[in-house]
Ligand binder design. Structure first.
Ligand code: CTP
Ligand code: MG
Length: 184
């Protein structure tokens, strides 16, 4: 029993370590977001906003920047404390930017199916940034991505189960401190 607990615990820690730049980028876009929307208020052919007011230039840039800083700190920590699993610079960038790109693509399709900004799309709202981070990392650093994700399905599964839980908890917290308009 104890060995199972240790295995699950270490897998969760490893999953969080591998996903850290994305896990930082996403909420920091909420913290630092606001201001000019990325779509500049423009509408798509369907008459709806392209992305909506929830996707801003500041959120995208500062969220990505925070993710990259956290990844660079990981690379530093890995060398200082002899941690063997370390992100590449490329992965740090693609995990951070990919997370927010995934969120943005999600909003584009949300607007197309007529969901107004802030409306909840269960699971998709929680996993959009994981998909973006993974796809972009797979494209730009397939070796690192294969080594750390594709070759360990338990990590993939852990991220898919853990992320919606962490996302929910973070958003309830963000909502309670009035940082976010909706608790999702
Ligand atoms: N945010 C931002 N820029 C981004 C992403 C998020 O400024 N690139 C900020 C916005 O203030 C946004 C909030 O974080 O309202 C919450 O993000 P999210 O839940 O992703 O957006 P929603 O407002 O719910 O919009 P959507 O329906 O498009 O998901
Ligand atoms: Mg939302």
């Amino acid at each position: 029993m104890l060995d199972i607990i240790i295995y699950v615990f270490s897998t969760v820690i490893l999953a969080m370590w591998l996903m850290l730049p994305a896990y930082i980028a996403n909420p920091m876009a909420v913290v630092f977001g606001g201001g000019t929307p990325i779509d500049m208020g423009m509408k798509w052919a369907d008459g709806q906003r392209i992305l909506g007011d929830g996707k801003t230039i500041r959120g995208l840039i500062l969220g990505t920047a925070c993710g990259i800083v956290s990844g660079l700190l990981q690379i530093y920590a890995a060398s200082a404390f002899d941690i063997l699993i370390v992100p590449t610079i490329t992965a740090v960038i693609t995990l951070s930017f990919g997370a927010l790109l995934g969120d943005l693509v999600k909003s584009f399709f949300k607007r197309r199916i007529g969901f107004v900004r802030g409306a909840e799309l269960p699971l998709i709202d929680q996993l959009d940034f994981v998909a973006g981070a993974w796809i972009l990392t797979y494209i730009f650093d397939p070796v690192w991505f294969t080594e750390n994700f594709i070759s360990s399905p338990s990590i993939i599964l852990t991220v898919l189960v853990l992320t919606p839980i962490l996302h929910r908890l973070t958003n309830i917290f963000g909502y309670s401190i009035k940082l976010k308009k909706e608790p999702w």
